[in-house]
Design a protein around this ligand. Structure first.
Ligand SMILES: [Zn+2]
Length: 509
């Protein structure tokens, strides 16, 4: 029989007492504010096996004998942290306490992890828990490869099982546009499809999400207290847009949806007002489909070569009193940020949005996501911007191989599970003021080489499990040796959840 706590992420405070309670049957009692969550509790705990006696012929007998676990979802206004909770299991009761639905959801995930690591009985424990960081995210690139909405839901469920609460959905890039936009139908008719470079006889691949699918993903995430952050890349990584509407590029094309990976010089023409009319429509659609407060505007890896030669772009530079193409990019960032501000959204940009802003400044509400290293994040935090730390140097890039000798489809660089575990959004050299601007961090699953969703899943776990602990537990209590031991047990849960994950060496040493 397996029964163990081994939570991942580890809980802040845990004590275990002698004793256990059978879980072959359970009743959920909830206070009115947790009514909605009680349905999810029933569904998740049933799947984990807690309510298996629903199908058991002995159910009535168990019931009569009183071997029923009573689960109470109770409001407790005294719990300090909004996402915090307490969980007490003793006698024949499990009491889950929180002051918000989010806190109760995390109490439920801890109980769910316990049930997944148990067979028919769970131990008496007391847990008092809360997260270290507000932003605990993961990014999935669905442009380089398209994955089904069902797979995305599976990833959201797994992320929330690890108490992550942000899903950064990379919806557009050179290799495919995945968002339907009214009045710009070609974005999906043309921009969502490309040649499949694995075949030489002209196979095409791609796809896009219907409005219904997107709404259903957003609702599924919302139920699990995950905010969906859609990303629309501007002004670079635009090949799919240009293939659909060549007039939006500096040269007029012809363009194609890219089959190669990298950085391309064909970007949106900054001198063409039609580009901004299109972006207005795109953001209208984004606001219709994504109720969350954030929209990611990209801003990374945008070469300025075309702008240097384009009369329209040069005219824009002159008309706006700008010095050069670098300032033109910051002009676009300001313009696009304003579009989102007008729509009540908070823009997020990759750390290049800081470049060329010395004169124009970056609007204060722009959240900066540091990826090239931590420097961009540190600089942005000193300028008063909120910051998300996901540096490729620190274990956050989950397209890198797990280990040097692994024959896996990762990029050439290596990020071990230990690297991901040792990652922290806070750096020792940061001042108190800088630290206060760090919202948290995330693991990024770039998918250039992941042609099937199972590969993306395999590359994500268990490194995303490690990142979840960095973001939930915080720096002071982290302990890799303890994590590695718990991971052995946690893998049994991943097995039960039908997750394909990496099984090799965890660290380079
Ligand atoms: Zn131009």
């Amino acid at each position: 029989m397996i029964t163990h706590t081994s939570f991942i992420p580890a809980v802040q405070n845990l004590s275990t007492e002698t004793g256990w309670v059978e879980t072959r049957n359970a009743l959920i009692h909830f206070e009115p504010m947790f009514e909605r969550l009680s349905f999810l509790a029933k569904e998740q705990l049933s799947k984990a096996g807690l309510l298996s006696s629903v199908q058991s012929p002995n159910q009535a007998e168990l019931f009569v004998q009183g071997s029923v676990l009573k689960i109470y979802l109770q409001e407790d206004k005294n719990i300090v942290h909004d996402e915090g909770y307490e969980l007490f299991i003793s006698g024949k009761t499990a009491k889950l306490k929180a002051k918000t639905e989010a806190g109760m959801f995390y109490a439920l995930q801890t109980l769910r992890q316990l049930v997944y690591s148990s067979e028919a009985k769970i131990p008496y424990i007391t847990v008092k828990d809360y997260p270290a960081f507000e932003w605990r995210g993961f990014m999935l690139d669905t442009s380089r490869h398209y994955y089904s909405a069902d797979f995305i839901k599976k990833m959201i469920d797994l992320a929330s099982f690890h108490k992550l609460n942000r899903f950064h959905w990379h919806l557009t890039d050179d290799q495919g546009w995945r968002l339907p936009v009214k009045a710009y139908e070609k974005l999906t008719e043309v921009g969502a499809w490309r040649d499949d470079p694995r075949y030489s006889w002209g196979a095409i691949k791609g796809g896009f999400y219907s409005e219904e699918e997107i709404k259903s993903v957003v609702a599924y995430a919302r139920e699990r207290h995950v905010i969906v952050v859609p990303e629309i890349e501007t002004p670079g990584h635009a090949s799919a847009i240009l293939a659909s509407y060549p007039e939006l590029g500096c040269t007029g094309g012809p363009y194609a949806v890219e089959t190669r990976y990298g950085i391309f010089k064909e970007v949106l023409c900054a001198g063409n007002d039609a580009v901004f009319s299109m972006l207005e429509k795109v953001f209208d659609t984004v606001c219709e489909l994504f109720p969350g407060p954030y929209v990611h505007i990209g801003g990374d890896e945008c070469p300025h070569e075309r702008w240097e030669e384009c009369p329209k772009c040069q005219k824009r530079i002159k008309d706006e009193g700008l010095e050069n193409a670098s300032e033109l990019q910051s002009w676009i960032t300001v313009k696009v940020s304003k579009m989102l501000e007008e729509r009540g959204k908070i823009p997020i940009g990759w750390d290049e949005v800081l470049d060329g802003t010395e004169k124009l400044g970056l609007p204060k509400n722009v959240v900066v996501q540091s990826w090239r290293g931590v420097e961009g994040g540190i600089k942005a935090s000193s300028l008063g911007h909120k910051v998300i730390m996901s540096p490729l140097t620190d274990g956050c890039y989950l397209d890198y191989k797990h280990f040097d000798t692994e024959e896996e489809p990762g990029m050439h660089k290596v990020t071990t599970v230990a690297d991901s575990y040792n990652y922290s959004p806070i750096k020792p050299e940061m001042t108190k003021e800088q630290r206060e601007n760090v919202l948290g961090g995330q693991g990024n699953i770039w998918t250039e080489v992941m042609y099937a969703s199972k590969i993306a899943e395999y590359m994500a776990f268990p490194r995303l499990s490690a990142i979840s602990e960095s973001l939930w537990l915080g720096e002071e209590k982290k302990d890799f040796i303890s994590f590695a031991k718990r991971l052995v047990k946690h893998k049994q849960r991943l097995d039960r959840l039908n997750v394909l994950y990496y099984k090799g060496q965890l660290s380079a040493q």
